[in-house]
Design a binder for this molecule. Structure first.
Ligand code: HEC
Ligand code: HEC
Ligand code: HEC
Ligand code: HEC
Ligand code: HEC
Ligand code: HEC
Ligand code: HEC
Ligand code: HEC
Length: 467
């Protein structure tokens, strides 16, 4: 079907042409799907019979709406909405987390027919990813050593031709946070189309119903290559790249991409810029051993049923939870201090001023919520502690901690400071700070020892004040 003057929506004359084109495109998708796969449609099939009983759809030029089983017929003749996930399972629409089901309307599966089909994520990503002339391979970053990515223009155009064909998008900028500013794109965290599509439903078909690859071992175990991913449940984490601190991190290890310098040009060598190991066809997220900046672990008591903890042990125990459900300092959600996935504070793009409103209202400047006063009022101004978020101390130029209150902590356990501030002590010329100790706002240390003005984004070392 093509848009023409016979298009009923255009004839009705009350929708913009773009809407009519989108509608016609939807119908084209259904026609093509019927034409290619209609002969293979299965009747409600719970996997107990193999191959599944057929419920074929036939469609042709002479019968453009097809027979009753055809998706085109359902949309245009029966005027029923076509929901792809009825046949192609999606965990996102399976709120009770029952897994793929099949059965008549009125029964628990309520008309779903998912046991004989690959998941929606897999058909979308794996199938389309095969056509590399349409959806090109996505390149890894090439770092120039000063914090720039020399092939970023090529990577952005590949993004346009792949993920942004379906996900929002260049105009809406759903991907706009701290990592986007640092030059990271979808594939650096999720892998490319076929890696996203490498899920547990590969091999399932009406001829092979129920052949889900589950229970084959721990997906996150790097030594176990057998268990494919589960869409929506197995996603990368902050901890996959922020793999630790100055003393203990995965940078420089095998098959990882180490961030050489941050976008301000500061030496990094602590953080990774790809969340999975190069060469891994499944793009499994790296799970760090140093969890200072990582998501929470799933407790053994969580058994995944509506009544967790009933004496059973979770098969997923110790695996990372999703970012969006993880909590950090004081039980505050990670998102409470960092913002939502894909839109982590802060964003550099001037066109995205709204992005930073929450952070500015809370603490007076953009970026991660770091000012203790946001939640503690003045209570931290005279406290000398490393019990803040991720082991932080009170911050700012007006605290007792900055005014020498750190003496005892630094003398008792210098390594606790070096984890973020890097090598050296107050007498060492090495003590220039790391990317984990950059000032998150302009600071004025002129009243503190040999300190001066420090602008946002500059690493703070002991040398900053003990010159
Ligand atoms: C009535 C069940 C049903 C519905 C509804 C359905 N599909 Fe399918 N789909 C199938 C079957 C059957 C196949 C062929 C799979 C096979 O033979 O293993 C298929 C295959 C596909 C494939 C190709 C997968 C491959 O690897 O070859 C894509 C892509 C796809 N469907 C997308 C969609 C989209 C998009 C929608 C919603 C507009 C949708 N499907 C709705 C049953 C369905
Ligand atoms: C052809 C359209 C299409 C393209 C291209 C596409 N996606 Fe998707 N994506 C979808 C659809 C549709 C869903 C919802 C799947 C569902 O219903 O579960 C989805 C869901 C997802 C999800 C969540 C489900 C999961 O598997 O965890 C991720 C992550 C994702 N896409 C990443 C990507 C990335 C990364 C790219 C580019 C490499 C990409 N997508 C390209 C259509 C697409
Ligand atoms: C810096 C890493 C990173 C980048 C870059 C990234 N993602 Fe994600 N994405 C994540 C994380 C982490 C999650 C899991 C979020 C959660 O906890 O729910 C996720 C989840 C998703 C989901 C599932 C829905 C959700 O929000 O949970 C989709 C869809 C998705 N990403 C698509 C994309 C697309 C498309 C791109 C590129 C435009 C992209 N992502 C770029 C890290 C990233
Ligand atoms: C693909 C690897 C990767 C993932 C996944 C990732 N990051 Fe990052 N992140 C980096 C790198 C590399 C930088 C340094 C960026 C630069 O060069 O400026 C960074 C920078 C940051 C910064 C500092 C930004 C600033 O302006 O000071 C914050 C905060 C941050 N990440 C938080 C997160 C959070 C929260 C998550 C999880 C939702 C996350 N990151 C996931 C790699 C990653
Ligand atoms: C109370 C606020 C708060 C909460 C809650 C919080 N963080 Fe942070 N986070 C911070 C601050 C402040 C920093 C800056 C520390 C630094 O630069 O050394 C930071 C830094 C980070 C970084 C980036 C480190 C870098 O390389 O610049 C990551 C990643 C991160 N946090 C992840 C998380 C995750 C995951 C959670 C939840 C499990 C979480 N945070 C909860 C305040 C918070
Ligand atoms: C987003 C809000 C938030 C921010 C920002 C925040 N905290 Fe907290 N903090 C909490 C909450 C909530 C608790 C738990 C209070 C309780 O259990 O009664 C807590 C508890 C504490 C405690 C233990 C309780 C106490 O009073 O001794 C310390 C120490 C602490 N925070 C230090 C810090 C430091 C240092 C910073 C700044 C680097 C900071 N916090 C930033 C919310 C925050
Ligand atoms: C979790 C990471 C982390 C640890 C551990 C840490 N620092 Fe910091 N430090 C930072 C960050 C980030 C800043 C910059 C904060 C800002 O100004 O925005 C900073 C800044 C400072 C400042 C300047 C005051 C200020 O708020 O900017 C002093 C002084 C300091 N650190 C001393 C220490 C000493 C001494 C230790 C050990 C007892 C230590 N730090 C441990 C991350 C850390
Ligand atoms: C923001 C400025 C600032 C930074 C950064 C800073 N200090 Fe200090 N430090 C001070 C001030 C001010 C004093 C108090 C000096 C006095 O009482 O005469 C002090 C005192 C000390 C003392 C007590 C001995 C002395 O020289 O008076 C030690 C030990 C110390 N700092 C260690 C460190 C270490 C280790 C770091 C780096 C992790 C560090 N400081 C970073 C400002 C700073």
């Amino acid at each position: 079907m093509v848009v023409s003057e016979t298009d009923p929506l255009l004839v009705a004359g009350n929708v913009p042409v773009d809407v009519a084109i989108e509608w016609a495109t939807d119908i084209n998708v259904l026609c093509l799907h019927d034409l290619k796969h209609g002969a293979n449609y299965a009747d409600f099939c719970d996997g107990s019979v193999s191959p599944c009983p057929t419920d074929p759809c036939s469609i042709s030029e002479a019968n453009p709406n097809g027979s009753g089983s055809c998706l085109t017929n359902q949309a245009l003749v029966q005027e029923k909405p076509v929901v792809c996930q009825v046949c192609h399972y999606s965990p996102a629409l399976d709120l009770a987390q029952l897994g793929p089901l099949a059965g008549e309307p009125g029964t628990i599966p309520n008309g779903r027919n998912q046991v004989a089909h690959q998941s929606n994520s897999r058909v979308m990503h794996n199938h389309h990813g095969q056509f590399t002339d349409l959806f090109p391979p996505m390149d890894s970053p090439v770092q120039d050593g000063n914090g720039g990515i020399s092939n970023q223009a090529v990577r952005l155009s590949q993004l346009e031709d792949t993920c942004y064909q379906c996900h929002p998008g260049t105009n809406v900028q759903c991907l706009r946070g701290a990592m986007f500013d640092g030059g990271m794109l979808c594939n650096d965290c999720h892998g490319d189309m076929q890696q996203v599509g490498a899920d547990f439903t590969q091999g399932v078909s009406p001829q092979n119903p129920g052949a889900f690859k589950l229970g084959l071992g721990n997906y996150y175990d790097p030594a176990n290559s057998d268990q494919p991913r589960v869409p929506w449940a197995n996603e990368p984490g902050c901890g996959s790249c922020h793999t630790g601190d100055y003393f203990d991190n995965l940078a420089g290890g095998q098959n990882v991409i180490t961030n050489i310098a941050d976008s301000m040009g500061n030496d990094d060598d602590i953080r990774l810029r790809q969340s999975w190991r190069t060469g891994d066809p499944a793009a499994k997220p790296i799970v760090p051993t140093n969890t200072r900046f990582a998501e929470n672990s799933i407790p053994a008591s969580f058994d995944g049923t509506p009544n967790p903890g009933a004496g059973t042990s979770s098969a997923g125990a110790d695996n990372p939870k999703l970012y969006r459900v993880s909590t950090g300092h004081g039980g505050v959600f990670c998102e409470g201090c960092h913002g939502a996935t894909h839109a982590e504070f802060d964003s550099d793009a001037p066109s995205l001023n709204n992005h930073d409103v929450a952070a500015i209202q809370l603490q007076g400047h953009t970026g991660t919520i770091i000012e203790c006063s946001t939640c503690h009022g003045n209570a931290m101004n005279n406290r000398n502690t490393l019990d803040g978020p991720h082991g932080m101390h009170p911050v700012g130029d007006n605290t007792e901690f900055a005014d020498g209150g750190h003496e005892d902590l630094a003398e008792d356990d210098l390594q606790a400071c070096q984890a973020c501030h890097g090598p050296g002590d107050r007498e060492s010329s090495q003590a220039v700070g790391t990317v984990l100790s950059v000032a998150k706002a302009d600071r004025d240390f002129r009243d503190l020892e040999d300190g001066g003005l420090v602008s946002k984004g500059t690493p703070i070392g002991c040398r900053t004040c003990h010159d």
